[in-house]
Design a binder for this molecule. Structure first.
Ligand SMILES: [Zn+2]
Length: 258
């Protein structure tokens, strides 16, 4: 990420993050504002001014604060083609570009269906805003797509440069590492990530953003082609089935932990 930009993870709702990306003038974009109040508080605390809103998918915990944030401050709002987002906005889809003059930021839009059918990511300036598709050491639940679709979406994200900062929608890292250890127990990078994430949470700081290179080393959902995951899931005939089996096990793991 270039030096004149600042990125902030603003905690919202129970475990969401709203992302703020600001330039040196204090103009900021907000990504997935599920709630307005914490965003307004962060903007005022940091001396920032909201200049645009980017939305990745239609779930209320990602869009719910948009109306309040833009009331009386009609900044541009960008969102995927999905009528369930009933907000005045510019619709964008795969291959489109979001070009902002204030702050001067440009993003390319990547379609990443699976969690929802119209989910998109925004990539630019060494950052990717990936909503609920890629989490640190995990991935989103598949609500509206197929495992093959979700895996293809993760493949697209994983192909971005290794120094890309992954800005995801939730703080799930510690629990995700606990699951990842069950299928990738000898992964030293994963063990380091877990102890680092635990320490970060004990200090009350976010575990994200994290580099994509780190995710490739730790995240089992990006590692379906590695010997470790192939060995852990010997009955799955191919990478899509390995991914589907990982996702099923993660669903059960969460259910068992809850
Ligand atoms: Zn979601």
């Amino acid at each position: 990420m270039s030096d004149d930009l600042r990125i902030l993870a603003v905690p919202a709702l129970s475990d969401n993050y709203v992302w703020l990306l600001a330039d040196a003038s204090g103009a900021a974009i907000a990504v997935d504002p599920g709630e307005a109040a914490p965003v307004q508080a962060a903007l005022s605390r940091e001396g920032l001014r909201l200049a645009a809103v980017l939305l990745t998918h239609h779930h209320p915990d990602h869009i719910g604060g948009t109306a309040a944030l833009t009331r009386g401050n009609p900044v541009p709002v960008f969102a995927p083609h999905d009528e369930r987002i009933a907000i005045p906005c510019t619709r964008v889809g795969d291959g489109d570009r979001v070009e902002l003059s204030d702050p001067g930021l440009r993003f390319s839009v990547i379609a990443i269906p699976g969690h929802t059918k119209s989910h998109i990511a925004y990539h630019g300036h060494g950052v990717v805003f990936c909503g609920d598709t890629l989490f640190s050491v995990g991935c989103g639940r598949i609500f509206e797509g197929t495992p093959a679709q979700m895996l293809a979406s993760l493949d697209r994200l994983a192909a971005l440069p290794g120094d890309t900062l992954v800005c995801c929608g939730h703080e799930y890292t510690v629990a995700n590492c606990a699951f990842a250890k069950t299928v990738d127990p000898d992964n030293a990078a994963l063990a380091r990530r877990l102890s680092q994430a635990r320490a970060q949470r004990e200090r009350g700081v976010p575990t994200v953003p994290v580099s994509l290179a780190e995710e490739r080393a730790c995240n089992p959902f990006l590692r379906v082609d590695t010997d470790a995951i192939i060995t852990a899931l010997p009955d799955a005939p191919d990478r899509v089935e390995r991914f589907a089996e990982l996702r099923r096990r993660k669903d059960d793991f969460r259910a068992a932990a809850a």
